[in-house]
Design a protein around this ligand. Sequence first.
Ligand code: NAD
Length: 499
Amino acid sequence: MRSIDHFIDGRRVPGTSGRHSDVFDPNSGQVQAHVALASAAELDRAVQSAVIAQRDWAKVNPQRRARVMFEFKRLLEVHMDELAALLSSEHGKVHSDSRGDIQRGLEVIEFACGIPHLLKGEYTQGAGPGIDVYSMRQPLGVVAGITPFNFPAMIPMWMFGPAIACGNAFILKPSERDPSVPVRLAELMIEAGLPEGVLNVVHGDKDVVEAILKHPQIRAVSFVGSSDIAQSVYALGAQHGKRVQCMGGAKNHGIVLPDADLDQAVADILGAAYGSAGERCMALPVVVPVGEATAQALREKLVAQIPGLRVGVSSDPQAQFGPVVTAAHRARIKQYIQMGVDEGAELVIDGRGFSLPGHEDGFFLGPSLFDRVTDSMATWREEIFGPVLQIVRADSFEQALALPSQHQYGNGVAIFTRNGDAAREFAEQVEVGMVGINVPIPVPVAYHSFGGWKRSGFGDLNQYGQDGVRFFTRTKTVTQRWPRGGAVADQSFVIPTMR
Ligand code: NAD
């Protein structure tokens, strides 16, 4: 059986803990590799390598650090198809979607190429007599990222791109379910000119996450994953004195007002609900038509189009979505579908019986559609993370606005309308971190930043953009005086002021 090694000090290093986890091919349902699960001692080896490498890396001027990022971006483009095929083979998403996963990470690397400009500090001349004040952003040292299975290229790059450009060394703990692409990314960073030890990949589960959170030489931890784990990672990291940001789960709503371009809205909702088999934190698994007529028309169009969606193996260029990541995850999604039936929602289309001829053991599920879901149901409150779309009917704009606002998650939301006034009001009032107006998946571009509200995000800084630079640096402020003539100032025992 192939084994997937850690990547420490610029090379692949086999695990020594004796523990490993299975990596499946979701298309065939077979175990295709074992990934090593690190012990605390193996993590420490990576941290010691990072500590040494970071001292020199921080001294490399930002322009030279940017050159590594430029070269890495070029290598990502050269290796795009190879990386996408590797990604699909462990995750199950279709090839075009895997390319999108890499492309969105690449855009953060492009942003990080601007690091000389982004790290320019602030300066005030003449803040007092002969006094100037300046501030600079300095790297933290060794920092870590813990990432989920669903974007094994993009999310690691959200984190290590800004962190490394800022002069830190980085320990990446990717998902144990699709760990190969993160290792390839680290190899390409070395090929791009990054010194060995600045980026290390350590595989593992809960045990190594805890070791990261307790390690005294790791200064900051960025986490993306499900909310309960995000919250516990946030608490444990903070308890150990670290800077922590944790992005959690989601349940995003798409509001359809009566004046929306319904054909366009349906096309957008289908892609956002079922793309990547619904395994996206910015998926749109809830649609909220406003008014009976909108609900009826929307339902008819969905029912007409959903059976025509093509579910296939991830290498099928015609497939719109592939299998889910593991058999265990598929079983969980099926349980949620049953729970929806039991709590009284109307299961209009049931994808549970789907089987792909020739791939009967793959982790496939067909698209499911529920209507008449209400806000009292557990299947509305909880994240399903599968190809399941729920219609929650609303009588009014106010009721539609309240649904995502009152939800425990607040990651993304979309509104479909031709009414600028209503859209503006919605964007201003809704209690959600990222809003799309006629945009179904409003993942902000790389030079803004990504983050949800409520149980979708713990900590106050977002991923990438300016917030990424802020998270991975600390501010030092210098107040300097160069007195002329050597006259001795009077002694003063009160706090200095700039009157
Ligand atoms: P997960 O929470 O199971 O795993 C995330 C990471 O935590 C992995 O690296 C995993 O190894 C580690 N982990 C697992 N169990 C742990 C434990 N008990 N203690 C400490 N660490 C543990 O998430 P997942 O299933 O890989 O990813 C899907 C989830 O991530 C969904 O909830 C999705 O909404 C969320 N997500 C959120 C965002 C966002 O930006 N808000 C983006 C992508 C995914």
